[in-house]
Design a protein around this ligand. Structure first.
Ligand SMILES: [Zn+2]
Length: 337
């Protein structure tokens, strides 16, 4: 009995001082394994008398359970120590400030297109699209610009070998719409157009907006009202608007619309070339020949159309002096918007 108590005492010391899981397992084998100290005593039970045997058996089992419990307890301690050691060795210093992600911004052309869409949608216009590669009919003939018409020389066109071309203006979209929709309607389109031109104020690709409205009782005065509303809304100023007589093959009468200078409000400055006015768009009443070509009754319906250089609108609105800056993808420039 005394020997058994000594075993328990030894085991307690050994288990407490086991520094890792391996030495703890060695302890388990040493006391409880097949050839362990307690097992040896169990084997010797047979040598005891019938009275002594149950007492010794109980004692051995009690010590066995005690040792098992001590091992489990130490096992848990050692595992927790391991986790703590791992956590402290793999700790990450999170005190360094993070790297800021730069905010993106919309290109001034994109912002202009979104503004135009908002303004004209509010006035009941739907936005349409058309192909950038056009045929001669939609780009010229259907817009009252027949072959050999001098207006063709105004637009230096990119031609493909098969006679197709890159659209030189957005007006072909009007033809596509008039071929498919029955008036009355209000449509607008923004998109890329192409001309063989490249200098300070011209790029081979640029953007235009076209607006077309067809109803039974439209007047030139209504057109001027629309243009004025649009310009005031777009530039967010109470600008004066004037029409100057002009010529476009597809409208009659035609006008260039000017607005009072954004910079000097009409006093005269470098931007408006001392005139006090900025030329912003062209417009007019749809020519009867255009209606005849697409089969719209020109006695019953009136239409007006306006076309504007979208890039020029963006330059004026954001005070940019060089058109090419819009297409050079210089982030230092683009980040300003
Ligand atoms: Zn001015």
């Amino acid at each position: 009995m005394q020997a058994l108590d000594d075993i328990l005492q030894d085991a307690e010391t050994a288990i407490q001082s086991a520094a890792d899981l391996k030495s703890l397992d060695d302890c388990r084998v040493h006391y409880l394994g097949k050839k362990g100290q307690l097992t040896e005593y169990l084997k010797k039970l047979g040598q005891l008398s019938a009275e002594e045997r149950p007492i010794a058996g109980q004692k051995i089992n009690a010590i066995k359970e005690k040792i098992q419990a001590l091992i489990e307890e130490r096992n848990l301690e050692l595992k927790n120590l391991l986790i703590a050691a791992q956590l402290s060795s793999e700790a990450i210093d999170i005190t360094l400030p993070g790297r800021m992600l730069g905010n993106g911004s919309l290109h001034p052309i994109t912002q202009t297109i979104e503004d135009l869409r908002r303004i004209f949608s509010q006035m009941g216009f739907s936005f349409c699209e058309g192909p950038e590669i056009e045929d001669d009919y939609h780009n010229f003939a259907a817009l009252n610009i027949p072959a050999l018409h001098p207006a063709r020389a105004m637009q230096d066109t990119f031609y493909f070998p098969d006679g197709l071309l890159l659209r030189t203006h957005m007006s072909p979209v009007q033809i596509h719409v008039m071929e498919t929709l029955k008036p009355p309607f209000r449509i607008a389109a923004t998109g890329k157009v192409y001309r063989r031109d490249f200098d300070l104020t011209h790029t081979p690709m640029f953007h235009q907006m076209d607006v077309l409205m067809i109803e039974e009782n439209l007047s030139f005065a209504k057109l001027k009202g629309l243009v004025t509303t649009f310009l005031r809304e777009f530039f967010q100023i109470d600008a004066a608007v004037r029409f100057r007589p002009s010529y476009f093959p597809f409208t009659e009468p035609s006008a260039e619309a000017d607005m009072s200078c954004l910079n000097c409000s009409g006093e005269g400055c470098r931007i408006c070339k001392n005139t006090g006015w900025l030329e912003v768009l062209g417009c007019g009443m749809v020519h009867p020949n255009v209606f005849k070509g697409v089969g719209i009754d020109h006695q019953r319906f009136r239409g007006f159309a306006l076309g504007a250089g979208l890039d020029r609108l963006a330059l004026l609105k954001y005070g940019i002096s060089d058109l090419r800056a819009l297409f050079e993808n210089d982030l230092r420039f683009l980040n300003q918007f």
